[in-house]
Design a protein around this ligand. Structure first.
Ligand code: TYD
Ligand code: ZN
Length: 418
């Protein structure tokens, strides 16, 4: 449990969007280890950092956020996740680069900056379209991969200071992107000051974040982990941009990562929101995202997933079945630790990511093998921890299912397929 040598988490004292003080905690998932902190064998006996993983609601602006902030250096200086570990993500990011290039008329003179650029997959997409690209990536191990692929990468966190340095060296940006990074940032004011400083006239700020409506509708509680500080809907984002004299002009839903929104903002005040923005604002009202009751019900749904999944696994183990985890995603570690699924219930996991292979999952210490193990030595059942890539995976593992292998999909309700 919390050992003195690990830096403390900071308890949130006010809402990140509106500074409201009356935050109401509705879900307690922790204490939990850091979901990307895979361990080497020799680290297994040693201390492991655990932090509270609790979620609260701001009654003033309806923002949903974690109650505790783990220092970012602890989570993002080295990073186990790489974008090209699935086939879906690089394709998705190339499509995003195309969408932004067309919408905002980017060309050979334009600069597109990707915040949280990981292995450079999206910057490469811009380069292919003839747009100048630059990555910003705090994790040195993945920044090095990007550079090897020919992607110019600033190895740093995004903030106003970084923005000033980039503008001095490269000039203003035509587009700034952040896919799955805005929710990782505690100081959104500093982040947006940087965005406003670097964007040129007519520029756009484009982010993708998991959509709170999808998270609630499909009880995707495992996408809650320390890296994800904020759980966004259009309403609170619109309020946040307004505070910076920016306008949320358009939004698009996308099925990626269990349901996300792609949000387009411009650095000018009072631009009219699109029809789709207004439609999603209505949807958020219909889904009662403004009521604490909605979140209390969600917390009950989360407990019921655990209460069905654990007996199911226990039963299969009693029958002598071998069960593996398919993928070792960060979200899997929220699920495993919350349900306390250890090696008594899950024999091993397999994953395509080299940084995770031959390591152990944080907290529950499930051994992670290379994905080739799945084919060589197929389990009877496979818990689909990477359920967000179900389509890609079920297609790839047809032969496994034809030979009688089964998948267990944990959310929104534990389900066995076929
Ligand atoms: P992902 O769901 O993208 O992210 P997060 O870590 O944010 O929850 O991670 C998917 C993981 O699943 C990643 O570690 C790669 C792995 N994976 C496989 O092992 N095999 C596959 O076929 C796919 C699609 C993913
Ligand atoms: Zn608030």
């Amino acid at each position: 449990m919390p050992a003195a040598k690990f830096p403390d988490a900071m308890k949130l004292d006010s809402c990140r969007v509106c500074r409201g003080k009356n935050l109401e905690t509705f879900l307690v998932l922790g204490p939990q280890p850091l979901s990307n902190n895979f361990l080497k064998k020799e680290q297994l006996g040693g201390p492991e950092p655990f932090y509270p993983l609790d979620v609260c609601f701001c009654p003033a602006c309806h923002m949903v956020q974690l109650t505790h902030v783990v220092p970012p250096e602890v989570m993002f200086s080295e990073y186990a996740y790489i974008t090209s570990s699935s086939r879906t993500m690089p394709i998705h990011l190339a499509e995003l680069a195309g969408d932004v290039t067309r919408r905002f008329g980017l060309d050979g003179k334009s600069l597109a900056v990707d915040i949280g650029s990981n292995d450079g997959s999206m910057v490469l997409g811009f380069q292919k379209l003839g747009v100048r690209g630059l990555g910003i990536e705090p994790a040195s191990n993945v920044a090095a991969i990007a550079r090897q692929r020919g992607v110019e990468t600033v190895n740093d966190f995004w903030c106003e200071r970084t923005a000033r340095q980039v503008r001095k060296e490269k000039g203003p940006a035509g587009a700034i992107l952040g896919t799955n990074v805005f929710a990782h940032c505690h100081d959104l004011d500093d982040f947006l000051r940087g965005v406003k400083h670097l964007l040129g006239p007519g520029g756009a700020f484009v982010i993708e974040v998991p959509y709170l409506v999808d998270l609630l509708q499909h009880t995707e509680f495992d996408t809650i982990y320390h890296e994800h500080l904020s759980y966004f809907a259009v309403g609170p984002l619109q309020a946040l941009f307004r505070r910076f004299d920016m306008s949320l002009v358009d939004v698009k839903r996308d099925p990626i990562h269990g349901g996300s929104i792609r949000v387009f903002a411009r650095p000018e005040p009072n631009l009219p929101p699109s029809e789709e923005v207004q439609r999603l604002l209505r949807l958020e009202k219909e889904n009662r995202l403004d009521s604490i009751e909605t979140y209390r019900r969600f917390a009950r749904d989360v407990a019921s997933i655990r209460d069905r999944l654990v007996p199911l696994l226990r039963d299969l183990k009693k029958q002598g079945k071998v069960i593996s985890g398919y993928g070792a995603p960060a979200k899997g570690n929220t699920l495993l630790n919350y349900c306390k699924i250890g090696t008594d219930l899950l024999d091993f996991a397999t994953d395509t990511t080299p940084f995770k292979q031959n390591h152990y999952t944080p907290g529950m210490h499930i051994p992670v093998h290379p994905d080739t193990r799945f084919k060589e030595n197929p389990p009877d059942y496979s818990l689909l921890l990477a359920w967000n890539f179900a389509e890609e995976i079920l297609k790839k593992e047809k032969a496994y299912m034809e030979r009688g292998g089964k998948f267990i999909v944990p959310v929104p309700h534990p389900k066995i397929i076929p």
